[in-house]
Design a protein. Structure first.
Length: 468
């Protein structure tokens, strides 16, 4: 049995939903189909999830939300008309949304989750209705009834261990199953959602629970690429990655698969396959536990802006027992999570995400570090980007660090920090954000051949190269 998850762009129009039907029925083992909410039809469009968030906000600020509600209903009505499934489902969807709107608004996040979940839930009902009209045996699965049990953390829920056993019983059901992604239920029965983009997580949990042969993630790109197509024109496709490589690349911006979605498949040993709904015969990218080595040892170059460094130095730091603990305790007290801690004999840098280390917390942390750690120097540098060279083969290849450093030097990029994790799956370089694109291109050129600039390279591509 395969689990096939379709993202929002694969469900945005009637034509794409028809294509989903073709893909699902082309392989009888694609029995568990996970759907997102309908996504953007073009660049100026709004995802249904965002329309639902706007609807929740309207209601929470005391408005009726009728205009926002009409927009959501119209998205489904348009799909239902074009798919020829009749008006009845649209009436049902509107009734469902009105019922959700009458939920308790006291806990704003919990109320918003009830609305957000409607995007996937109604999409699954619509898709099941359409599949049924085509004459196949199909049923919609209610995540609450099937056992998608989640922690009570609205917007950031996590699966509870007992969910796996309950969900494993889905294997015994007959026909094709359409399961809405992104949400589940708490032990007390409330609806809660995963973080944004979380339908990938649903699919991964279901693939692990049912011990699927493969977890297919259907999206709108042919594969994972060796670098962001926004930084390098026509980057090489990657045929196979290990879970660890994907994890490292996802950390630094490769968002083709939700960061949290790898874990269930990794633990259960279920391979993941990234496929293109608009080009189903393309081989895609497989993510597996082990793979054959690639020549050169490097599979991808990733880069993410938005980091900062807290640099601390103190003469004879290496002799002081408990220094790092005291330093990190200050961050913990301020509830700041840190990412990396490269260190020297008498110095340590703590790398954090800028959004976690706000200017307010900075002032407070600096005062406490001076007072409680009696340091010689403490400084903060903002606007750092992390550039990662990733590949399992690194462990066995001599000279990769030298090649990476020379490539950066030739491109005139100053390396602010180097960190090679103990796993030796990646090498990480800290560079100023302004040098991020140049660094990626230099490294791509070194390991994959001379890159050309993407057409819109002047746009500035640091922030988001989400392709899921
Ligand atoms: N619809 C949700 C979102 O836009 C979840 C998903 O698409 O995976 O975040």
């Amino acid at each position: 049995m395969k689990v096939a998850k379709f993202g929002g762009t694969s469900l945005a129009t009637a034509a794409s939903i028809r294509q989903v039907f073709e893909i699902v029925t082309a392989d009888p083992t694609r029995r568990l189909v996970v759907v997102s909410a309908p996504g953007k039809r073009d660049d100026d469009d709004t995802k249904v999830t965002d329309l639902l968030i706007a609807l929740a906000k309207a209601r929470l600020s005391g408005e009726t939300g009728e205009a926002e509600l009409a927009q959501v209903v119209e998205r489904y009505a348009e799909l239902a008309r074009a798919l020829g499934v009749g008006e009845e489902i649209v009436t049902e969807i509107e009734a469902d949304l009105r019922e959700r709107l009458s939920a308790d608004t006291f806990y704003e996040e919990a109320f918003t989750d009830v609305l957000k979940a409607a995007g996937e839930d109604n999409c699954a009902k619509l898709v099941a209705r359409f599949f049924c009209a085509q004459g196949i045996e199909v049923s919609y699965v209610d995540p609450g009834e099937a056992g998608m049990l989640l922690s009570d953390e609205p917007g950031h829920a996590q699966v509870l261990p007992e969910a796996y056993d309950r969900l494993s019983r889905l294997r015994e059901r007959e026909g094709t199953l359409v399961f809405p992604g992104f949400f589940g239920h708490t032990e007390s029965g409330s609806v809660v959602t995963f973080p944004r983009g979380g339908s990938d997580i649903t699919g991964a949990i279901l693939a692990a629970a049912t011990k699927a042969e493969v977890y297919e993630k259907w999206t709108d790109v042919d594969s994972v690429f060796a670098a962001s197509p926004k930084m390098v024109a026509n980057p090489q496709p990657v045929a196979e990655l290990t879970y660890r490589e994907m994890r490292e690349l996802a950390y630094a911006g490769f968002s083709v698969l939700h960061g949290e979605a790898l874990m269930p498949c990794y633990r259960a040993g279920v391979p993941v396959c990234i496929k293109n709904t608009n080009n189903p015969t393309a081989p895609g990218t497989r993510i597996v536990g082990q793979r054959d080595p690639v020549p050169g040892g490097v599979v991808g170059i990733a880069a993410a802006p938005g980091f900062c460094t807290l640099y601390v130095s103190k003469y004879l730091m290496n002799r002081e027992v408990g220094f790092s603990r005291r330093l990190l305790q200050i961050l913990e007290d301020e509830r700041i999570s840190y990412e990396h801690t490269p260190s020297g004999i008498d110095s340590i840098s703590v790398i954090m995400r800028k959004q976690a280390f706000t200017p307010q917390s900075e002032a407070w942390v600096l005062d406490r570090v001076r007072l409680q750690c009696e340091v010689d120097e403490v400084a903060v540098e903002r606007d750092l980007a992390l550039v990662m060279v990733v590949g399992e083969g690194m462990r066995h290849t001599v000279g990769l660090a030298a090649r990476a450093c020379s490539a950066l030097a030739e491109a005139g990029v100053n390396i602010e920090m180097i960190n090679q994790g103990s796993s030796e799956v990646s090498m990480m370089f800290g560079v100023v954000e302004a040098d991020c694109d140049a660094a990626v291109r230099a490294l791509y050129g070194e390991f994959f051949g001379r890159p050309s600039l993407p057409v819109d390279s002047d746009v500035g591509v640091l922030a988001d190269y989400r392709i899921g």
